[in-house]
Design a protein around this ligand. Structure first.
Ligand SMILES: [Zn+2]
Length: 150
């Protein structure tokens, strides 16, 4: 399993934790570079150190649970019927796309995504938040992290 797949899958796990702790549901951007990743969500303030620690802890609990990752391919209408807007990020997919690949970590995160994922969360290893940057002017929160083996 490539480090990029581990770092990318960690984005989904981290997002689930961010939704739980901060209620920030809309992803504005993601990036992966080797073992380093960054998740950007729409948010209205800088999170506290306690909130960031809780996000990191929840994400690592989900990783240690070694939960199975589901990758589905289905009609867009069917995916919307099942999960609604939860499968989308801030910027909509073109209407011309009618089939979706969907990443599903039951009870944690669902997202239209055609990237490569690990088959379970345990393969990620562990995740450490490096920094959080709140861009007040844009209403965006960037959370940078690194994944480590084991
Ligand atoms: Zn993905």
């Amino acid at each position: 399993m490539s480090v990029e797949a581990r770092t990318h899958t960690a984005l989904h796990v981290l997002k689930g934790a961010v939704v739980r702790v901060l209620g920030a549901e809309w992803t504005a951007g993601v990036s992966v570079d080797g073992s380093h990743g960054r998740l950007t969500v729409q948010f209205d303030r800088k999170p506290t150190e306690e909130e960031l620690a809780e996000i990191e802890e929840l994400a690592n609990l989900k990783i240690r649970e070694d939960a199975p990752v589901e990758e589905l391919e289905l009609d867009r209408a069917e995916a919307e019927g099942r999960w609604g807007d939860a499968i989308y990020d801030l910027f909509p997919l073109p209407a011309s796309i009618t089939r979706l690949r969907v990443f599903h970590l039951p009870g944690w995160n669902v997202n239209a995504c055609n990237k490569e994922h690990t088959s379970s969360t345990g393969e990620i290893g562990s995740l450490k938040i490096a920094k959080a940057r709140f861009r007040a002017g844009k209403g965006l929160l960037e959370i940078s992290y690194d994944v480590h083996p084991g």
